[in-house]
Structure formats: C-alpha cells, structure tokens
Design a protein around this ligand. Structure first.
Ligand SMILES: *Cc1c(COP(=O)(O)O)cnc(C)c1O
Length: 380
C-alpha cells in the first residue's frame, strides 16, 4: 500500500530538483554550499531588493505596524501601506485603480476564476506562465490555446467560439522566452470580437516603457477599457506580492469576488512599504538606464557568438540547448566558473527546449558579463 514514503515515483538522480540554500552576500553575489557565485538568475532586475532605501522603508513600517498583517484584507489586514501602494501603482502605471494581492500566482489564479463562468471562453497563449495555466484549469470556462504569438490562430478561435464572455490571456513579457506579446494586436482582436484581455506583465514592469511603467504603457495601451493588467512586486520592484490594474468598476467588482484576495492573509504592510519606496526609486533614479545598457551590451556581444541565444530587448536572455542533460551540463560549467545560472527544463518549458535562462540586472558590471560570455564562448 502506498504511504507518504512511496507516494511519488522515483525521479532519476540527475534530474531531481534541488533547493539549495542561497545566502545573499550582497545585491549581486550568493553563497551556495560554500561557493561564492555571481547571480545571473534573479528577477530583481534593478537590484532594488537590497537597496538601502527599500530596506529602510520596510524596517520603519515593521516598527509601526508589526511584521504580519494578521488577517485577510477583508477582515482586519487592510493596512494604510496597502492603500498607499495601490494609489502609487495606479498613478505610475496609468490606470484608474489598483488592487494589491498576496502574490502573482494568487492574482492570476483568482482573477481568471473571478472573471469567468461556465459560459465563458478563454483564449490562452501556449507559453503562458504556469499561474495563468492553473487559473485556466480552475476556471469553469472552456479553454482554447493558440501557438505562441500566433495571432491568426487566435483570430480563428475567436471567430469560431462566440461565447458571450471571452477572455484573452497572455504574458506581456514571456517569463522563459523574454519576448513580448503583440499587445496591440491582442487589444485589436478583443475589440473586434468583444473580449477582455488579461496581460500579465510581471517581467515588463520596471523594465520596459517610460519610467519602467511596462509593456502596455510603452504601447500606449495602459488604462485601455478592455485591459486588465497584472504585475508583481517580487521582480523588478524587489519586494513581494502582486497587483491588478483596471477601471474603478472592475477593481470594485474584484473586491467582491476575488477569492484569493478574500480568503488569503493580506500582504505584510512592511513589504508593501518597501515596494512603494522601490517605485519611487524607479521613477527618480537611473536604474532603468543601467539595466538597458547591460541588455544592449549583452545582446551585442552574444550576436557575435555562434550560440542559440534569444536576443531579446528585455532582462531575460535564454540560451536554448535542447536536452535536459545539455542544459544541466552548461549550468554546472558556469557554476564552476563562479556564476549561478540554473538550467530550466520541462515542465517549466516545452520538451526539447531545456535552456539556460540568464537574467540581467542594472547592478551587473561589465566584468561580470564579459567573464560569463567568455566561459560560454570557450566551453560550449
Ligand atoms: C513570477 C511570475 C508570476 C508569479 O508571481 P509570484 O508573485 O512570484 O507568485 C506570475 N506570472 C509571471 C509571468 C511570472 O513571471
């Protein structure tokens, strides 16, 4: 009889996922099992998680409000820090209203469930983030998936399935590819077929657009009445948690219906205060300039290498190597040379597209990038 010791099938030793303890030495260096490594695997794209002003903001608010929020926002967890952050987010990102929730995973799963019922149809890019995939699984609506970025296929599906409520769901910047959705086309199709568009721009916020406002602001679509935007506080904003942006009416409606808001403990106020301070820094510092200088340099240098890099304009640069073993071997090689870049493999990415996912940050120095590229040049 199976019990807790043999419930799961055994995974081959070399494919077992490890969760090594990562000690942060500073904003860019980690210590893992005694090895000191330069981190090229963080989504802290602007280096704000370690910024003294962000840390100080969080510390001050711990002293004011304590550590945990103690309850869901609906009950007694709705701290002023959350309201301040929501006002700041709506203003910065260009929407009427914002709603802060516990994490991106909670935002996406809760949102898709709240927006759909059994009469709805969902249209999802095949490379959407797992949290959007899981939201679609939870939904009682019908789910139709289109090949990554294939707008013709999406148009065909919208043409065919004339459900009353339709929701198009896509990453803004795709989390593993680092490429961008054609959001103008998504919105055009939404207008033609009377749908809503949910864009998860976890990796565009603090990276793309004027003052880091994200992909939709870059494409002059922020605040569009057909759009709901999701973003996270845990990536370029260096904190934790997530937010949903839309019209006042939509956000009010979500407060009544979003189960992952109502039935989950509120984000700690100190975490929200840290994020508010990070937005202020993004708006007023030169973090974006430094990040984009690093991205441009990295792309320019990798274009000269004969390696299958994605060459994107975002902080995510992937090197697709194919087999899991190839990606694991490349990761081990970089680790030996002092870099932390773990292999990304199925089911996070499709079978046969195992890769190194290199993420760049404003605080990487030229020397870090040059040494990393030298290792790849010589050894792959
Ligand atoms: C990281 C990520 C999420 C999940 O956000 P968390 O706050 O980490 O739960 C959702 N969507 C995308 C595209 C992401 O990259």
């Amino acid at each position: 009889m199976p019990d807790s010791r043999n419930w799961f099938h055994t995974i081959p030793e070399h494919l077992v996922r490890r969760f090594p303890e990562c000690l942060k030495l500073d904003a860019i260096r980690l210590e893992i099992k005694g090895e000191k490594l330069v981190n090229f695997a963080s989504n802290d794209y602007l280096g704000l998680a370690f910024h003294p002003k962000v840390r100080r903001a969080a510390r001050i608010h711990i002293d004011r409000q304590g550590l945990g929020s103690g309850a869901s926002r609906l009950i007694s967890g709705d701290a002023p820090e959350l309201h301040e952050l929501e006002a700041k987010l709506a203003d910065w990102k260009g929407y009427e209203a914002a709603l802060v929730v516990g994490s991106g995973y909670l935002a996406n799963t809760g949102l898709i469930d709240a927006l759909t019922d059994r009469h709805s149809a969902l249209f999802c890019d095949r490379l959407n983030h797992a949290s959007l995939v899981d939201g679609a699984r939870l939904s009682r609506g019908r789910v139709y998936r289109y090949a990554h970025g294939n707008m013709e296929q999406l148009a065909d599906l919208l043409q065919k399935h004339r459900n009353k409520r339709k929701l198009i769901v896509s990453d803004g910047v795709f989390s593993m590819e680092g490429d961008c959705a054609t959001v103008c086309e998504l919105v055009r199709l939404a207008e033609e077929f009377d749908a809503l568009v949910l864009i998860d721009d976890a990796h565009g916020t603090g990276v793309l657009g004027p003052s880091g406002r994200g992909l939709l602001a870059e494409q002059s679509l922020a605040g569009h009445p057909r759009i709901l935007e999701v973003g996270t506080l845990g990536k370029a904003l260096g904190s934790y948690g997530a937010f949903i942006l839309s019209s006042k009416e939509m956000i009010e409606g979500l407060k009544q219906r979003l189960r992952t808001l109502i039935y989950s403990t509120a984000l700690p106020p100190c975490v929200a205060a840290g994020a508010t301070s990070a937005i202020f820094l993004v708006q007023n510092g030169d973090f974006l300039g430094k990040l984009h200088a690093n991205i441009q340099y990295f792309v320019q240098e990798t274009e000269r290498l004969d390696l299958p890099f994605g060459h994107t304009r975002t902080a995510i640069q992937s090197l697709v190597l194919g087999k899991e073993k190839a990606a694991l071997a490349a990761a081990a090689l970089l680790r030996k040379a002092g870099f932390f870049v773990p292999a990304i493999r199925p089911p996070t990415v499709p079978e046969g597209t195992s890769r190194l996912r290199i993420t760049l940050s404003a605080i990487h120095e030229r020397e870090h990038i040059n040494t990393l590229l030298n290792v790849l040049r010589k050894e792959l």
